[in-house]
Design a protein around this ligand. Structure first.
Ligand code: AMP
Ligand code: ZN
Length: 114
């Protein structure tokens, strides 16, 4: 999608600190980190929100979680824990409409979220 910020990061036309890459997804540092580790994992294919997922995306989405768990392990967060979040539309505060899995780690988080 030509005007999508995260497609532009995927294509390299907007810079980002890329920390993970494989055949299905890309992980880069969030520009406004909310924790010592705050990485966004995006599928290479443009999907606007979780509402648009189809059966064809099953593996793609599973892949995001596997990639996030791998990086969390590399950064030493597996045992203490970490949070994975995917916001959808207005009430959840989604601001970029290319789905992304937030990996937040390195500090304790409260529940319920705000
Ligand atoms: P969400 O509110 O779930 O849509 O999250 C969007 C996230 O993208 C926010 O945490 C922003 O800080 C982050 N973000 C926005 N622009 C950029 C950018 N150019 N590079 C990296 N992260 C960004
Ligand atoms: Zn996109």
């Amino acid at each position: 999608m030509a005007e999508c910020l995260f497609c532009k990061i995927r294509d390299g036309s907007i810079p980002a600190k890329i920390v993970y890459r494989d055949s299905e997804c890309l992980g880069f540092e969030d520009i406004h980190p909310q924790a010592p580790t705050h990485v966004l994992f995006i599928p290479l294919t443009h999907i606007s929100t979780v509402n648009e997922l189809t059966g064809e995306d099953r593996e793609r989405i599973g892949h995001l979680f596997m990639a996030a768990a791998k990086l969390a392990k590399e950064r030493g967060h597996s045992e203490a824990g970490y949070r994975l979040v995917m916001n959808t539309n207005r009430d959840a505060g989604q601001t970029v409409f290319h789905i992304h899995l937030h990996l937040l780690g390195g500090r304790p988080f409260t529940w319920p979220p705000g």
